[in-house]
Design a protein around this ligand. Structure first.
Ligand SMILES: NC(=O)c1ccc[n+]([C@@H]2O[C@H](COP(=O)([O-])OP(=O)(O)OC[C@H]3O[C@@H](n4cnc5c(N)ncnc54)[C@H](O)[C@@H]3O)[C@@H](O)[C@H]2O)c1
Ligand SMILES: [Zn+2]
Length: 362
């Protein structure tokens, strides 16, 4: 079964098993993004299993780079761009990014900038990429000043998602991706939150069924697409996607990025839900409910003792999503509903309260 979404010119197709038939997947890509000379980009983990058959079916060269966040840098962007230039690829090329969020952001940024922009097709293979990174058009690289600081909005022509690729995803990345799925439930879809809670073990299993993988991806996509559709450049409701991320980014940074993003977001969601409760804005009990689901899925929920309140609060101020003096937070009113505030979905909270919420999550 194929499910489809449209988002700012991007077509998003979800089909369990789509990558097993490389010729068909290639035909879907060519139909949506015709090119004489497409180029496929993947990291070295994903290249042999998923990208090579697709590149062969497309008659395209395959460029690969070392796996990991360390590759999401300008040097790797330059190296890949030089590979395209060396092949004298013209404006009729299409970049096909196959892999996790690192590949999608990096190859997407190559496409956004090559000859001032050529089409990109995103073929996300990690849970984070399927339900988050490949959707919404954000591309970019990290710098020593911080993550994602150099980039561009570049909507893909097609996002081709095969949820069955989750079967080969390492367990820690499946777990980390589940944090974003939980987030989607909290911010906009209460039944989805409860569905995850009811099927946690099956969703984490490497033998995840086609049906469950498909439903997992669809549930999250439905939320992300709906939120991003109304707010392409992140000025209003799209900020609800930041739930768990103000504290999460601070904790992730303090860990020296040893904590996976999803693990940091799990901690961030619990702290921020607690913050909402302490501020009298969030229905009491929500923090415990989010925490229980995270724990059931193996996600961390406690703020590591070595990260001081001062360090965390200082980093929330520096968050690029912060405006003005203190950080602003996307806070839930209850499961499935966020607090609009003045329409910005970004609520200013006294830092003493933030410290109290952190203390409650030690
Ligand atoms: N652009 C956005 O809006 C957005 C949103 C969220 C996250 N991101 C970015 O995404 C990145 C994180 O993405 P990620 O968690 O996918 O990391 P990742 O791309 O590093 O993938 C995680 C690991 O899983 C491997 N992998 C991926 N799919 C696989 C599969 N099906 N089978 C086996 N191995 C597989 C990869 O090789 C890698 O080792 C971060 O850089 C983050 O900033 C971007
Ligand atoms: Zn995130």
């Amino acid at each position: 079964m194929v499910d489809e979404f449209q988002l700012h010119g991007a077509r998003i197709a979800v089909e369990a098993g789509a990558l097993a038939d490389a010729a068909r997947a290639a035909a879907m890509i060519t139909e949506r993004a015709p090119s004489h000379r497409p180029i496929v980009i993947a990291d070295a983990n994903v290249a042999p299993r998923y990208a090579a058959p697709l590149a062969a079916a497309l008659g395209a060269d395959l460029l690969s780079f070392p796996p990991g966040e360390g590759s999401k840098v300008r040097a790797q962007w330059a190296a890949l761009t030089d590979e395209l230039l060396a092949r004298q690829l013209g404006r009729d090329t299409v970049v096909v990014a196959v892999g996790g969020g690192v590949c999608g952001d990096l190859a997407g940024f190559v496409a956004a900038t090559y000859l001032r922009g050529v089409p990109v097709v995103q073929v996300p293979t990690s849970l984070v990429a399927m339900i988050d990174a490949a959707i919404g058009g954000k591309t970019g690289v990290d710098t020593r000043h911080g993550k994602n600081l150099v980039g561009a909005f570049h909507q893909p022509a097609l996002v081709l998602i095969d949820p069955l690729a989750l079967q080969t995803l390492p367990a820690e990345h499946r777990r980390a991706g589940m944090a974003e799925a939980i987030k989607h439930g909290v911010i906009a879809d209460e039944p989805y939150f409860h569905w995850i809670a009811a099927h946690g073990a099956a969703l984490l299993s490497p033998d995840i069924s086609a049906e469950f993988a498909h439903r997992l991806v669809l549930g999250s996509l439905g939320v992300k697409v709906d939120v991003v559709a109304g707010d392409e450049r992140e000025s209003g409701r799209r900020r609800i996607l930041n739930f768990g991320h103000t504290i999460g980014h601070a904790v992730e940074h303090l860990s020296g990025y040893r904590l996976l993003h999803g693990d940091a977001v799990a901690i961030g969601m619990v702290v921020e839900a607690r913050l909402g409760e302490l501020a009298g804005l969030t229905l009491p009990g929500l923090a415990d409910e989010v925490s229980a689901l995270c724990v059931a899925l193996g996600l961390p929920v406690r703020v590591p003792p070595e990260f001081s309140d001062d360090a965390i609060v200082a980093l929330t101020r520096g968050d690029k999503k912060a405006q003005g003096q203190g950080a602003r937070y996307a806070l839930p009113a209850r499961l499935g509903e966020m607090i609009p505030g003045d329409g910005s979905f970004a609520i200013a909270i006294d830092e003493a309260r933030v410290r109290a919420a952190i203390a409650a999550c030690r």
